[in-house]
Every structure is written in C-alpha cells, then in structure tokens.
Design a protein around this ligand. Structure first.
Ligand code: XMP
Length: 326
C-alpha cells in the first residue's frame, strides 16, 4: 500500500533553497521509480499539472509525454501558453490535441449543469485514452495530486486525476507533489522557472468556461465568456487586484435583454462579473471593487465583446450563492 501521510519531519517549503532541495530529491526519486521508461501526463496548464510537468522534464526529459487537451473551454491564451512554455521553452515532448469541435458537439443542447460536467469529464477521459493508445511503451502516469486532494478537503481537481481509464491503461502512478500544500507547489514551480501567471494563477474549475456559459453552451456565448474574462483579468492586473482577489471571472447567462447602441435597439446577452475572496472555497465574500473600475470594465466589455449589451456585478456571498453559477 502506498503511504499517503505527509512525513511529520517534512519542513514547510517556503523559500527557494528548500524548493531546490525538494526538486533535487524528487528528480532522484522519479529517476529511481521510472528508470528509462516513458511517463504520460495530462497537462491542463493549471498550477499542479504544470509543476509536475516541469519537474518530470528535468528528471527524464523527452520520456515524459505531456498531453494537452484543448476542449474549447479554456481561458483566452491558455492553450497557446502551454505550447509556448512547454514545447518551445522547455523542449518538452508535448502532444497538443485540438478537441474543441468534439467537446462542443457533445455539449450541444445540454443545459443541465451536472450533465454538462459529466460530459466534459467523460469526453476528457476518452480523448486522453485515445492519445494514450497512440503511445508505445508507456508504463507510468504522472498526476498533479497535492496534499489537500488526499485529505479530501475541498471541491478540487476532478480534472487532474485521470481515474476512469480502462483496466489495460491503469499505469503505475507518479505523484511527486502529493505531500505538498498549494503554496509550496507555487514556490517549487517558481524555482522550476515557470512563468508567474502560471504559478500564481487563480483557481479554475476542471469543466472550465463550460460552467460559466450558462445552460446549453453555444459558440457565440462561449466567446463572450472568454473575451469578457480576458478583459476582467487584464483590468484586475492593471489595477493591482491580481493576486489580491482569490477568484474572479465572468458568466454569460442564456437570456437576452433589450438595449440601445448607436441609436439602434439591440437584443443581446448580459455579462455578469464575479470577484470573491475565501480561504477554503466553502464560504466566500464579495470583493469591494472600486466603482470607477467596475464602470471602466463595463464600458470595455459592452464596446469590445460581441453580442453583449449589459454588465452586472454579482454581490452575493457564499452562502447563499455558490462561487460559480452552475
Ligand atoms: P462553488 O461554486 O461550489 O465553487 O462555490 C467552489 C470552488 O470550486 C471550484 N469549482 C470546481 N472545480 N471542478 C473543479 O475542478 C468543478 O466542477 C468545480 N465547480 C466549482 C470553483 O471555481 C471554486 O473555486
């Protein structure tokens, strides 16, 4: 049985030299575990899978096969950044899978939130399985499991752990971060040379923008979510709120309202802004965003995002609202 308890004597990794020590120890442990065999990793571009990738690239180079599935529900610029950082800068063995049409076709007409989540999860496993079958000689599966996942303390991570693969693809696991807390993973990621916007990313749900494009996902509303989210993130970064606010994003519901633009009547979608602070995601308070900034973001979104004529700010704490809308 594998040991899943963090060793009591393990020091909290809160500085560069402890991170370096951890990295060297893990490189040795990974080499000892996998030898010259190949390891497969589902690389979402989130903090944990990115840090696992960077660590394994250092340990075994091209024997790590990273599979990045673009399911069309990622934020603006994310798939491109995964390719840039891992393939171009770190010289990784990266398989990029454009599965956008496949996911959106499967999701077409499906409005029920849990059904949407299930379809996204199941399709992800299917795409990953197909890619795994194309590879020869894989014996190990790396996963970005971290200690809170083992402690089961939060609604995290269905997306990293590729459980649910068929019997013949149950590889031996490589989980180098399994005793680390999130802040330690970030310190290690920074030491491994990952960019700040990858290491200090806000949490992002596995089903991605799929739970922020409410009801049955359509391409026009999905683009509105992606573009408005990019504007919100850009403005929060410019105005010193990035890294200060725990989670912030936009939501596009599946109804329209009447508006007026350039003297003409419009019938378009609203964008809802959400910005919350929390310690453990079980309860959350709403960020007191300066009104002038909300006005500026509203102005940009209504001018720059196609099909949008209104912007609303969600003032609801958790409880009674959840953080996400679906
Ligand atoms: P809620 O909406 O339940 O969200 O208040 C709490 C935290 O969990 C994230 N979240 C998810 N993460 N898969 C994930 O990996 C999901 O299906 C999912 N749903 C919510 C949410 O973004 C927030 O940080």
């Amino acid at each position: 049985m594998t040991n899943n308890k963090r060793p009591e004597q393990m020091a909290r990794i809160d500085n560069a030299s402890l991170a370096q020590k951890f990295i060297q120890e893990q490189i040795a442990a990974i080499k000892a575990q996998v030898g010259d065999k190949k390891v497969l990793l589902a690389l979402s571009g989130g903090v944990d899978s990115s840090v696992v990738a960077a660590l394994l690239i250092k340990a075994i180079g091209k024997n790590l096969v990273c599979v990045h599935v673009n399911h069309g529900l990622l934020r603006k610029g994310e798939p491109e950044q995964v390719v840039e950082v891992f393939r171009n800068q770190m010289n990784a063995n990266l398989v990029y899978v454009d599965a956008v049409d496949r996911f959106l076709d499967k999701l077409a007409g499906v409005a029920e939130p849990e059904k949407k989540r299930k379809i996204i999860g199941a399709e992800f496993i299917r795409v990953f399985e197909e890619e795994a079958r194309k590879q020869d000689d894989i014996e190990f599966l790396a996963q970005g499991t971290i200690y809170p996942d083992i402690l089961e303390s939060g609604p995290v991570k269905a997306h990293h752990n590729v459980g649910g693969l068929p019997e013949d693809l149950r590889f031996e696991l490589v989980e180098p971060l399994k005793f680390l807390y999130k802040d330690e993973v970030r310190v290690v990621g920074k030491e491994l040379g990952l960019p700040d916007n990858m290491v200090y990313r806000q949490p992002f749900p596995g089903p991605g923008l799929g739970v922020r494009c409410l009801g049955a996902i359509t391409r026009d509303r999905l683009e509105a979510v992606r573009e408005s989210d990019a504007i919100l993130r850009e403005e929060f970064a410019k105005n010193g709120l990035e890294g200060k606010v725990w989670q912030y994003f936009t939501v596009v519901p599946d109804f329209k309202s009447v508006g007026v633009k350039e003297g003409k009547r419009t019938f378009e979608y609203p964008v809802i802004l959400r910005a919350v602070n929390t310690k453990d995601a079980m309860t959350a308070t709403v960020e007191d965003v300066p009104f002038a900034l909300l006005q500026h973001i509203t102005d940009r979104i209504t001018k720059e995002v196609k099909g949008v004529n209104r912007v609303l700010y969600d003032l609801t704490p958790k409880p009674c609202g959840t953080i996400e809308w679906e």
